[in-house]
Design a protein around this ligand. Structure first.
Ligand SMILES: CC(C)(COP(=O)(O)OP(=O)(O)OC[C@H]1O[C@@H](n2cnc3c(N)ncnc32)[C@H](O)[C@@H]1OP(=O)(O)O)[C@@H](O)C(=O)NCCC(=O)NCCS
Length: 165
């Protein structure tokens, strides 16, 4: 399995932790992206609830010219194995390194938090996401037949090692 090296960030895209105030913007962005994981409003509301599973939500904020957020990633933090649950970049900001910066920051956070692996599922047909994950260093760990609905499709399970030696 390929391994992520948690070097200091060289990314030019600023990334920060999301807060409950960011949830409307995160939800709006998710709804605009067909291939994103779609959650109900109550699932977003529960993200920061004290009894919710441990999660991390990072976002790439906008700026004075474009105040809307540029992208976000949400992951569940479960001991050794963290799972990316959603990742979306706003269409006008794609192909400028936003998702890469979000993922690298997430992997650094996971490594610092004691994770050994970070994994995720991706639609087999989602070429953009698969290329992105491959470039970051994820590799295929399995296939889940019929994992997705609407449309029905297999999911590929991808994984990367982030364990600090
Ligand atoms: C997939 C997604 C998150 C990529 O975000 P992004 O900010 O454009 O990604 P980056 O700019 O960091 O791209 C890094 C690399 O990923 C690959 N990549 C990204 N978009 C691609 C595309 N449309 N086609 C092919 N490769 C692509 C390229 O290798 C790219 O490097 P390059 O630009 O130097 O060629 C974005 O397209 C998106 O939000 N899609 C809709 C939601 C989604 O599918 N999320 C994933 C759910 S698993």
């Amino acid at each position: 399995m390929r391994k992520f090296s948690p070097r200091p960030s060289l990314d030019l895209v600023p990334i920060r932790q999301a807060t409950p105030d960011d949830l409307p913007a995160i939800r709006k962005l998710e709804q605009q992206a067909e291939t994103a994981a779609h959650w109900a409003e109550r699932e977003y509301d529960a993200l920061f609830a004290p009894e919710a599973p441990a999660r991390i939500a990072l976002l790439a904020p906008g700026n004075a010219d474009v105040p809307d957020i540029r992208g976000f990633v949400i992951a569940r933090a479960a001991c050794e194995e963290w799972e990316i649950e959603n990742l979306v970049v706003a269409a006008p900001h794609r192909r400028s390194g936003v998702a890469s910066a979000l993922l690298r920051e997430l992997l650094r956070t996971a490594a610092a938090g004691g994770a050994a692996w970070v994994l995720l599922e991706v639609r087999e047909s989602n070429v953009a996401a698969r290329q992105l994950y491959e470039k970051i260093g994820f590799s295929q760990a399995g296939r889940r037949a019929g994992y997705y609905r609407g449309p029905f499709e297999d999911g590929l399970q991808l994984k990367i090692s982030v364990a600090v030696p």
